[in-house]
Design a protein around this ligand. Structure first.
Ligand SMILES: *[C@@H]1O[C@H](CO)[C@@H](O)[C@H](O)[C@H]1NC(C)=O
Ligand SMILES: *[C@@H]1O[C@H](CO)[C@@H](O)[C@H](O)[C@H]1NC(C)=O
Length: 738
């Protein structure tokens, strides 16, 4: 799965084939390598030449913008200005930051190589943001920058107004390196070709160098031998006869590369006798499907909104829909960040805070194969690769329905140049035919009551393609106050080559570490953990975390015909350790975040509950090096006191980190969390034993968890919504049985 790479194969590969050929023909020394495609992932102008234009759909939604006449379709973003304290850095701001940084003393030696690993908004203090109202001047805009200069990593902040640069190296953790730049990954995947032994080994395996594609795979951390150097492992594949080169590994060939110098440090070939799996039936591009073989299973389907959508995106980032309002932005590391989510109280009309900030904090994807070419595959996609950096433009007709509105991301290249990732996020109203609430009276009562309300939701979506694997992250808002966080897994498995082409040939004792999916192809067992940061602010910042345990009570003899029943027992977590939760089916609890200072009419504290699902837990040894780094998955739920430096569950610098800056370490401080500003962390987990249906590309598997109001409203908040009436709907009748 997380091999790593960000080429958008499905659309771009095909669309730019001609351009590639041109580039190729003009760069005789460039290996004909998919890395070329990376330029599309960053900012190369040829990606957006007349030859290939990403299908930027004109927004179909009516977008209100305080600048009349402007739509959201400002593809260069050159004139964007921030309008909200949490707005991401604009193109102009990034350029200013870059200038300030590069004129700072640290960068005085113009011959010293440098790289800017990230430039992002240094969000103003929470108190300032909460006080801010539309129309007020913005708090000072600051950027946080992670830079490598003269071989050292530095954390800097830049005051954008004054250009003053401050070095805050005390924030640099004891171990680990920052998220790789796209340029790191691109160069690493080329690095092996500088090594004659690599070339001859590849050719010896029967793969033409011109058909060789390599992936930069983060190394994890496995002890002293790998310390003191920023390392990456590169493994390669044959692209001959398929775009799905992931199915054609040159198994066992691992090249260790120094990420700073791009020199080959080590080289191992443990698979000289393992064949390269065949290309047949691995491609997944529709353009290659024979017309007679297409499976046309359904008629076209689409959502109609005759009166237009019910949401607006104001000032570029504020989404207002139904009874919800929130701030939305793209982030290079987290992907999507939802801030200041507030819901309207149907009684008072007041917008009530629910969550100050929520995002995907880290992913952990350990593979379950301890052999040489596989043991290190224990990826952390957000901190190592950048979950947002790997989120490619969404396809307007297929990734999101036709009624979707698209939002872009603005990121930076390693030299600090801003670039636009278009259509990175989509927002749309979803009607899946579900029911919001209903009741029908049976004839017994003689009351002819038929009441039902349709459920329409608002979905915010992004999809990251971390090399072979694709993650779809949805934030779904419901009018009844519920927020559903859903992660879908699709894309292509990380495949292991094997001499076996049938299970019958495998000696009984041999551990394949996975499933034979096709001839010479093993899908290796692995887990996915997606850890969410949820700074809940239920009606204000000071909240408490309550475990509402379901306990079996025994009746006394003679008390009741019943022997046993369930009782809800409320326990307030006073400190962090009391809020470390391992889910247990036979010792169940509800998990409430409440505001102890605010009660409903009948005296219940107002709250939201975390409704768990996707509950796979890591079974690795707590002392296993990857589990130490991924210790934020040791519990499914954690609660920490709000601390602006504790946002990344695996640590600020995750790459090759040793696990001393994780959520697990912070939580061990056991700080008080009762009636405080608290952050809830939830991990969605998946075990994945691959099966043949996952070949050559996987149907999406999803899991979700909910944030659900619990005594937050005085009563059902959507009691008074109208049902659908025939006159309101577009003409759309089933003709199938007519
Ligand atoms: C390895 O092969 C590539 C592609 O043909 C070539 O560009 C490179 O120079 C070769 N490396 C060596 C050391 O010969
Ligand atoms: C905030 O987090 C940082 C990083 O974990 C830590 O060094 C600091 O002590 C924390 N502050 C408080 C008040 O817990």
């Amino acid at each position: 799965m997380e091999g790593r790479r960000f080429f958008r194969f499905s659309l771009i590969l095909f669309s730019v084939a001609l351009v590639l050929f041109f580039v190729w023909a003009n760069l005789p020394h460039a290996p004909p390598h998919p890395a070329v495609l990376l330029d599309c992932a960053s900012d190369a102008s040829w990606c957006f030449s007349s030859t290939y234009r990403p299908r930027k759909q004109p927004p179909r939604t009516v977008i209100t913008n305080s600048r009349p006449g402007k739509t959201a379709d400002r593809s260069d973003h050159a004139s964007d200005t921030p309008r909200h304290p949490l707005d991401p850095l604009t193109v102009q701001e990034i350029n200013r930051v870059r200038t300030s940084i590069l004129t700072h003393n640290l960068f005085a030696d113009s011959s010293a190589p440098y790289a800017l690993h990230s430039i992002s908004l240094d969000e103003p203090d929470k108190a300032l943001v909460l006080r801010w109202r539309k129309g007020n001047p913005l708090p000072p805009r600051r950027a946080s920058v992670v830079a490598r200069v003269s071989g050292r990593f530095r954390v800097l902040t830049v005051d954008i107004g004054s250009g003053v640069v401050e070095v805050v190296d005390d924030e640099v953790p004891a171990s680990g390196y920052p998220t790789m730049t796209i340029e790191d990954m691109k160069s690493a995947s080329w690095a092996p070709f500088s090594d004659a032994k690599f070339n001859s080994t590849v050719e010896g395996r029967g793969v033409k160098l011109s058909d060789t594609a390599c992936l930069p795979l983060s190394t994890g951390w496995y002890g002293a031998a790998e310390e003191g150097m920023r390392l990456i492992k590169v493994q390669c594949f044959s692209t001959e006869g398929t775009a799905n080169f992931y199915m054609r590994p040159i198994e066992g060939l691992t090249v260790l590369v120094d990420l700073d110098t791009m020199r080959v440090v080590d080289f191992v070939d443990k698979g000289p006798t393992i064949p390269i799996p065949k290309a047949a039936n691995t491609d997944y591009r529709f353009s290659l499907v024979d017309v007679n073989q297409q499976l046309n299973l359904i008629n076209p389907i689409s959502i109609e909104q005759p009166k237009g959508p019910s949401f607006v995106v104001e000032d570029g980032h504020t989404v207002k829909w139904a009874n919800w309002e929130f701030h939305l932005k793209a982030d290079a590391r987290a992907g999507v960040v939802v801030s200041q989510a507030r819901v309207r109280d149907p009684e008072t009309g007041e917008m009530r805070p629910v969550m100050y900030k929520g995002f995907t904090s880290e992913l952990f994807v350990p593979y379950m194969d301890p052999t040489d070419a596989w043991y290190f595959k224990t990826y952390m996609d957000a901190g190592e690769y950048g979950f947002g950096l790997q989120a490619m433009p969404l396809d307007p007709l297929n990734d999101c329905p036709r009624n979707a509105y698209f939002m872009d991301g603005v990121f930076t290249a390693a030299d600090g140049t801003p670039y636009v990732r278009s259509n990175m996020i989509c927002i749309y109203e979803s009607y899946a035919g579900d029911i919001g609430w209903r009741h029908m009276e049976s004839p017994i009562t003689g009351m002819e009551i038929r009441e039902a309300r349709p459920k329409v939701t608002l979905v915010v979506r992004m999809a990251a393609s971390v090399a072979n694997y694709d993650y779809i992250v949805d934030w779904e808002f419901q009018t009844d106050g519920l927020i559903r966080l859903k992660v879908g897994l699709s894309g292509i498995l990380m495949i292991k080559g094997t001499p076996y082409s049938n299970l019958n040939d495998v000696p009984g004792q041999e551990d394949l570490h996975g499933t034979i999916l096709s001839e010479n192809v093993i899908g290796v067992i692995h887990d996915h953990y997606v850890t969410f940061y949820l700074d809940m602010d239920i009606d204000g910042s000071d909240n408490s975390f309550i475990k509402v345990g379901m306990k079996k009570e025994q009746t006394s003899p003679g008390e009741s015909p019943r022997r046993s029943y369930l009782k809800a027992v409320r326990n307030v977590a006073r400190t962090e350790k009391e809020a470390q939760v391992k889910l247990k089916v036979y010792d169940p609890s509800e998990f409430h975040v409440i505001n102890p200072n605010k009660k409903t009419r009948v005296g219940n504290p107002v709250g939201y509950k975390i409704v768990p699902a996707g509950t796979a837990a890591s079974l690795l040894d707590l002392d296993d090096p990857p589990q130490k780094r991924g210790a934020f998955t040791n519990n499914q739920i954690w609660v920490t006191p709000y601390n602006r430096s504790e946002q990344w569950a695996g640590g600020l610098f995750v790459y090759q980190s040793q696990g001393e800056d994780t959520l697990a370490v912070w939580s061990e401080r056991d700080r008080p969390i009762e009636n405080k500003d608290i952050v809830v962390w939830y991990t969605l987990g998946f075990h994945h034993i691959p099966c043949q249906e996952d070949f050559p590309i996987m149907p999406t598997v999803s899991a979700s968890f909910d944030l659900k109001p619990v005594n937050f409203f005085e009563s059902n908040p959507i009691l008074r919504i109208p049902p659908n009436f025939e006159k309101d709907l577009p003409v759309c009748k089933p003709a199938a049985s007519a």
